[in-house]
Design a protein around this ligand. Structure first.
Ligand SMILES: *[C@@H]1O[C@H](CO)[C@@H](O)[C@H](O)[C@H]1NC(C)=O
Ligand SMILES: *[C@@H]1O[C@H](CO)[C@@H](O)[C@H](O)[C@H]1NC(C)=O
Length: 511
């Protein structure tokens, strides 16, 4: 029992558990001998249990804090299913320490999780615990504050029911670009994925390269349309869906674990598309805690889609991946503020919404208010997916209020220009990657500002978060980041050298 080695406190607890466990087992064995009841399944050990196929009818259902700590920081259930009070509750009262603790059918998940966290701490120290705290807090607070659009919260669309044209294009794209793995960069101490031992990679879906046949086909508009169609059919009460983001194809590798979490707002509905996996036969359950509060294993075959309410559905992959790679594309959508659930919002909104929705959405994100345009601080301006009077509603309104007071101080361009890395991280993490390449009124991106300011940490962070190093200011007629860096700081500045190492070539403004 590895968990027993951790600290004196848990050691004692573990020992107690172990002793009582031995005692109970003896009791059980004698009962089994007397043939009072058939308890054979209770003796199945972890090893043989794992070889059972996922989703088999014998698999018990369970809720949170069983596969992973989800609502409690370090506590995963140690109330094993083979304990006498679980096998024969009429004969054995539940000991104090197990009251209210869910039954644990998955084996020693406590040791498993401690190892996960220890590996992170060895690499990154205390930051791992900060991320953990954030993850648990969000799991606790966010789902409660959300409008639930469907009864279950998730739905699998088997490949046969997906748009076949889109599926073929995705296959074709993958076949052309499958070799182009680049490491996915995770912030230090991020505990969503065990990236320190099972690195993840990205295959970008933004291709400017026109020389390959596969990349000539722009599947984005078709994919978005198919995504919106699928989501609209699933959630008919929302009139319109906004494209939030298309994260590239993430490639997980052997041993990968994805910790159970909810997505940041405004990622309300997400789609996971299983693009490819190796070996083909491998299954890797995605565990979702449905609106029923129970864990469901979803296994996707290549081509299958999973639609889920990612703002309220806790999801993760708590069982390590056993295969070579597993490639998934992620799409995130947000309901526009006209859902039939929330007709009261639609009147005023309608008038403001001429023009290009995408542009409006991007600029709303840029000002940090998650796709909802008006800045008035009244409850009616809550996005339709946040329940009024909930914790998230309060936070949302407080943030709007703060933005109003701060004016442009928190503007992403200003933060980059002034080298404010921490504030920049907060802002970008809050508003996803759209912001990274956001342009100001002169067509400058944060990277242009960071490079002109000579802030190496800011530049590196922005690049790692997907900033385009080739982008020119002034909407394509100005200089690129390398030009501004050389212009301000010369050929030997770290920013200059860094951008060059990434293959940037200095391009100056058109005169
Ligand atoms: C999910 O899959 C794991 C691994 O195969 C299995 O141990 C567990 O019992 C399953 N959980 C549910 C709720 O089906
Ligand atoms: C929505 O579902 C979550 C669980 O996924 C639950 O905590 C929350 O209370 C539900 N909200 C409503 C309004 O029923």
């Amino acid at each position: 029992m590895r968990a027993c080695l951790l600290s004196t406190k848990s050691e004692r607890r573990c020992d107690e558990t172990k002793q009582s466990f031995i005692k109970w087992n003896l009791a059980l064995i004698s009962i089994a001998f007397l043939n009072i009841v058939n308890v054979t399944t209770a003796f199945v050990d972890t090893e043989s249990k794992e070889s059972e196929t996922a989703g088999a009818t014998t698999t018990p259902t369970y809720g949170v804090d069983v596969s992973m700590p989800i609502h409690h920081k370090d506590t995963v259930s140690i109330n094993y299913d083979y304990f006498p009070h679980n096998v024969l509750p009429s004969l054995y009262p539940t000991p104090q320490m197990f009251r209210n603790m869910p039954i644990q059918p998955l084996g020693d998940r406590k040791a498993f999780y401690h190892q996960f966290m220890e590996e992170c701490r060895v690499r990154y120290g205390d930051r791992c615990d900060e991320y953990k705290e954030y993850r648990i807090q969000t799991n606790l607070k966010q789902p409660k504050s959300m409008v639930n659009y469907t009864e279950t919260g998730f739905k699998v669309l088997p490949v046969a029911q997906t748009n076949s044209k889109v599926t073929n294009l995705l296959n074709e794209f993958w076949n052309f670009h499958r070799e182009e793995w680049t490491p996915e960069l995770w912030p230090d101490g991020n505990t969503y994925v065990n990236h320190w031992s099972s690195p993840t990679y990205m295959v970008s879906v933004d291709h400017h390269d026109t020389s390959l046949r596969g990349s000539r086909v722009d599947f984005h508009p078709l994919l978005w349309q198919a995504a919106k169609d699928a989501v609209s059919e699933w959630i008919p009460q929302v009139d319109e869906w906004i494209e939030c983001s298309m994260y590239g194809i993430r490639v997980y590798t052997e041993g990968a674990i994805l910790n159970s979490h909810v997505d940041r707002l405004p990622q309300v509905v997400s789609i996971v598309i299983n693009i490819a996996q190796d070996p083909y036969e491998v299954t890797w359950p995605l565990e979702v805690i449905g609106h029923d509060g129970l864990a469901h294993n979803v296994t996707l075959q290549p081509g299958d889609w999973l639609l889920y309410e990612s703002h309220s559905i806790i999801h993760g992959r708590p069982f390590p991946f056993r295969g070579n790679y597993y490639a998934n594309l992620f799409l995130h959508l947000e309901p526009k503020g006209h859902s039939q659930l929330h007709h009261q919002h639609s009147g005023a909104d309608e008038q403001d919404h001429g023009g290009d929705m995408k542009q409006q959405y991007a600029s709303a994100l840029e000002s940090g208010i998650g796709g909802h345009e008006t800045m008035d601080v009244t409850t009616t301006n809550l996005p339709p997916y946040i329940l009024p009077d909930s914790t998230s509603a309060q936070e949302y309104l407080a943030k709007q209020q703060q933005l109003k007071e701060d004016g442009t101080n928190n503007d992403i361009h200003t933060l980059a220009a002034n080298g404010k890395l921490t504030e920049l991280i907060d802002l970008i993490e809050d508003n996803q990657r759209l912001l990274v390449n956001a342009k100001d009124h002169n067509g400058w991106t944060p990277l242009h500002e960071g490079a002109r300011g000579g802030h190496m940490d800011v530049v590196r962070y922005l690049v790692e978060r997907g900033a385009d190093i080739h982008e020119r200011s002034h909407y394509g007629t100005g200089g690129n980041a390398l030009f501004y860096s050389i212009d301000q700081h010369g050929q030997h500045h770290p920013v200059t050298e860094y951008l060059k190492s990434l293959g940037a070539i200095s391009v100056g403004p058109e005169l």
